[in-house]
Write a protein that binds this ligand. Structure first.
Ligand SMILES: Nc1nc2c(ncn2[C@@H]2O[C@H](COP(=O)(O)OP(=O)(O)OP(=O)(O)O)[C@@H](O)[C@H]2O)c(=O)[nH]1
Ligand SMILES: [Mg+2]
Length: 388
């Protein structure tokens, strides 16, 4: 019995220490954030947006991407698989008044990767910027990414932040809270990846590594592009100053299916990362029940048992506050009440994430915007086009 109690206390101590460390790294990250020097010279850019279906804020998102302060030539390519996709008529109407925009119908396309490959093969800009149709951005989104790219990164990326469109709900909070693990990965150079929702990369690099050959065979463009940048011996740059906002409402079931799909990509393309993630969430998920059981014998055990969760709330609140302070765009879109709710939701997210991990471990196929992909599809793609 005594051994079990000691083991319980040890687990609580490890969870507390690791949450303190993550709070420390969070503060260190934001304090060390610097802007790259701007030399005033700007490359031409092709912005590529693959689209399938009508996102909840599609019109606002497309307009925000088009309204950029950028001092050099830009072209916009919207890649849609079928003219019968309702996004086609909507985007056609929005882009009418812009001469540097084009919709490309990619009839043979079978995924986001195919759409990106098609866009890249038609791009003329020195830099290719990929952006998702669910991204709502501010007017310096593009220039920030390009400044970071010019500073020496092989690719410049950012991340997304979920905000509900019509009102706070449990599903939206869980989705937003779950999503924030990606920000943790971005802050750490070893875990950083080129997030497909907004990444800028030199077209010369894309051509050199024949990216268009690989993209249609992988469900994660993030995985392929990150690999290419590392093979080139370069780093991925990350800026939270261009973070995109995804404005959408989500139910709990929606949020769960979405979270499983996100983790499924990690499982099928980076199994070690998935296991690490599973281990750390299992540790956090176990801490509370262990503390409750221990408090039957040692009544103060509940206090350190709650600490990892409270530190997690403090960390998330600090993070959201830092994001809000980057620009009025963020303060306006991320309300202060939402910031509190989101931080508090990090406790629920421990259990939501843990359930997601368990479900993902047994998931053999996913449904992505109406297309079904299986583990065999993933294996076939890797076999057909192994990454160099
Ligand atoms: N043309 C085309 N676009 C697609 C297809 N599947 C997804 N997309 C687009 O690819 C982008 C990413 O799709 P999402 O469903 O938002 O992906 P996600 O799960 O949010 O994952 P993230 O890439 O991490 O944002 C969006 O711009 C979609 O419209 C497809 O089959 N064809
Ligand atoms: Mg998305």
């Amino acid at each position: 019995m005594l051994i079990l109690q000691a083991l319980g206390l040890l687990i609580i101590m490890i969870a507390t220490l690791s949450s303190m460390l993550s709070l420390y790294f969070e503060v260190k990250y934001w304090r060390g954030l610097r802007d790259p020097v701007d030399d005033g010279k700007y490359p031409s850019v092709t912005v590529i947006m693959p689209i399938r279906g009508v996102d909840q804020n599609l019109e606002g998102n497309v307009k925000s991407i088009l309204s950029q302060k950028y001092p050099a030539v830009r072209e916009y390519l919207f890649i849609i698989d079928d003219v019968n996709d309702p996004a086609y008529s909507l985007v056609s109407r929005i882009i009418k008044q812009y001469s540097n925009t084009r919709i490309i119908i990619n009839n043979t396309g079978s995924s986001k990767g195919s759409a990106l490959a098609r866009g890249i093969s038609e791009a003329k800009g020195d830099v290719v910027v990929m952006v998702d149709s669910d991204a709502y951005v501010h007017d310096e989104w593009l220039i920030n990414l390009i400044n970071l790219l010019k500073a020496g990164s092989g690719a410049a990326t950012t991340y997304r932040f979920y905000v509900p469109l019509s009102g706070l709900s449990l599903g939206s909070l869980l989705k937003a809270s779950f999503n924030m693990i990606g920000i943790t990965a971005m802050q750490n150079e070893a875990a950083r990846f080129t997030w497909g929702g907004s990444t800028a990369v030199w077209r010369s690099l894309v051509l050199k590594w024949g990216l268009v050959k690989y993209l249609p065979h992988y469900l994660s463009d993030d995985y392929v592009i990150t690999h290419m940048v590392h093979r080139e011996g370069l780093k991925v740059g990350f800026t939270p100053r261009s973070m995109v906002i995804t404005l959408e409402d989500s139910g709990v079931r929606d949020a769960f299916n979405w979270a499983v799909r996100q983790l499924w990509y990690v499982k099928v393309y980076g199994f070690n990362g998935f296991m690490l993630y599973a281990a750390s969430y299992t540790l956090y998920a176990l801490t509370l029940p262990i503390a409750l059981a221990l408090s039957l014998f040692i009544n103060w055990a509940i206090v350190p048992g709650l600490l990892p969760y409270l530190i997690g709330v403090a960390k998330d609140y600090y993070r959201v506050s830092r994001i809000r302070s980057q620009k009025t765009f963020y303060a306006n879109n991320i309300g202060s009440r939402y910031a509190y709710a989101l931080a508090a939701a990090s406790i629920l997210n421990v259990y939501f994430s843990w359930l997601t991990i368990m479900a993902t471990a047994f998931t053999k196929s996913i449904n992505w915007r109406g297309r079904v992909f299986t583990i065999n599809d993933v294996k076939r793609g890797i076999k057909l086009r192994p990454l160099p």
